[in-house]
Write a protein that binds this ligand. Sequence first.
Ligand code: IYR
Length: 229
Amino acid sequence: MSLKEKIINGFRHISYASKQFSEEEMRRISSEFYLQMDSRRSVRHFSEKEVPEEVIKNLIKIAGTAPSGAHKQPWKFCAISNPELKSKIREAAEAEEKENYNGRMSDRWLKDLAPLATDAKKEFLEIAPWLIVVFKEVYELDENEEKHTNYYVNESVGIACGMLITAIHQAGLVTLTHTPSPMNFLADILNRPKNERAFLLLPVGYAAKDAMVPDLERKNLEEISEFYK
Ligand code: IYR
């Protein structure tokens, strides 16, 4: 393959060709991938079985391939297997969640959560072998500690998290998106720099043998789409 290149605005651009398939192959590949992703569920019951660090590194590398505003890559993925840190995080998360479930969340919110059988107890934060805390970099800090804006930070980090969740599922592992609120305690416990804000906490591991999930239905294609032809 010949690599073409040219300079635009002083920056090198290289030719790119995506891998392409026949229409028949595309139909098969996309429908099989849909079935694979449709089997993903948010799981709250984890096994203590260890997951190799190399796998976690691969999953984070996958998340790091996400597109981002002006290619600022405004994310940091903190992977925690240290039991003391996991206990600290559980303790702080449960303290916040107790407040949430006992007054900070509206009756309507609690009613909406009832089918998920969630409560303020978050044992998965200690049982799952890994916690990945995703931080967004609200601004960039250069060598001189000067601030530079990042763009579309929530969109960028949200996309990266979606790709991380997809990667976790295809590796045969499970996760859930845990958003203890407020979650400033995560930056404190993990000693993060001041340009980082906690975005999402993803416990990662194998599903427990007796894991259960609510019997939920997804909206169908007609409900989630509108085609303009
Ligand atoms: N953060 C709380 C509450 C919670 C909120 C929503 I919206 C959920 O979909 C699930 C839980 C918790 O993690 O329990």
